[in-house]
Design a binder for this molecule. Structure first.
Ligand SMILES: [Mn+2]
Length: 305
């Protein structure tokens, strides 16, 4: 994939508005076909027996340099699946280019989903706006009035993205957090369909863990803070050991709630955030065969730089 990454990461800075628009259409087609392989609109299942190497990537937020770094890494090149946990644009100057590169690779890899792009809160539905939201302005500064149209097309594309991955019996992956009212995996798989009558979709995209027990309002103005009692209940309901999520800045990895949750963050540098390190996670055969807790994942499998 290295040559492809090299080629398309350069092209990302010089692509015409027409080619970008055509790429978004192609990506929508691939995602539309993939919907048939999902449970509900939002759940992608990964069978641990079918793969030997799954890479998980946290928030990118317009950081092309680190996205390219990740994509060129040997582990990522050899991966059977690459799961992105959401938040591709905003808070980073190269958000437009990040979208181009990821969508290009997505289309090149085709359906079947080697590259799985989950929705983050920065790819939310129209009734859940996010601040700051630089993406439309970045599209317009690049492409003028036509940039606004590209942004609208990207917003439509978000509606095609899944928002959770289940590695059966092992791990649940999503952007933000666990909704308190989850009786079975269907409540997560169909969260978009039940939005806004249920708050599950909002919580998946927006929530954050809190140490100790409880279920609280969030200062983010959306989602909730969920404690270890909520996590225990939900992880049991969906039969996995560990939640892998992103959404909160940290020095690459952060173990939460005594090993029940791993937070991953995959952009770095001073601009808009202050973290000096970024990470991605490699779930190798060993990690896939046996469910590990977040402490082990953070120690053994995270690639931090
Ligand atoms: Mn987020």
């Amino acid at each position: 994939m290295n040559a492809e990454v090299e080629k398309w990461s350069k092209k990302a800075f010089a692509v015409s508005v027409e080619d970008f628009s055509a790429l978004i259409d192609e990506a929508k087609e691939v995602l539309e076909q993939e919907k048939g392989l999902r449970e509900g609109s939002g759940l992608v299942r990964i069978s641990p027996e079918a793969v030997s190497n799954v890479v998980v990537v946290g928030d990118i937020h317009g950081d092309m340099e680190n996205l390219v770094h990740i994509l060129k890494d040997r582990d990522v090149k050899n991966a059977d699946r690459i799961v992105f946990l959401g938040d591709y644009g905003d808070r980073g100057d190269e958000s437009v280019e990040v979208y181009y590169l990821l969508l290009k690779l997505k289309v090149l890899e085709g359906k079947g989903g080697k590259i799985i792009m989950l929705r983050g809160n920065h790819e939310g539905p129209p009734d859940m706006p996010v601040m700051p939201h630089d993406l439309p302005f970045l599209f317009m500064s690049r492409y003028g009035d036509k940039g606004k149209e590209l942004y609208e097309e990207i917003k439509e594309l978000w509606e095609y993205l899944p928002y959770s991955v289940l590695v059966e019996g092992r791990y649940l992956m999503l952007h933000g957090g666990l909704p308190a009212n989850v009786a079975s995996i269907s409540d997560i798989a169909y969260a978009h369909e039940s939005h806004p009558a249920s708050s599950n979709f909002e919580e998946i995209l927006w929530s954050d863990p809190v140490e100790g027990n409880g279920y609280f309002h969030s200062t983010r103005g959306a989602g909730r803070m969920f404690g270890e009692d909520v996590t225990e209940k939900v992880l049991r309901a969906v039969s996995v050991k560990t939640l892998i999520r992103s959404h909160e800045p940290c020095e690459g990895v952060e173990v939460r709630q005594r090993g029940k949750i791993l937070t991953l963050f995959s952009r770095k540098g001073a601009q808009h955030y202050s973290n000096k390190r970024a990470a991605y996670l490699v779930l190798d055969e060993n990690m896939l065969r046996e469910a590990k807790d977040a402490g082990v994942l953070a120690q053994d499998a995270a690639r931090i730089w």
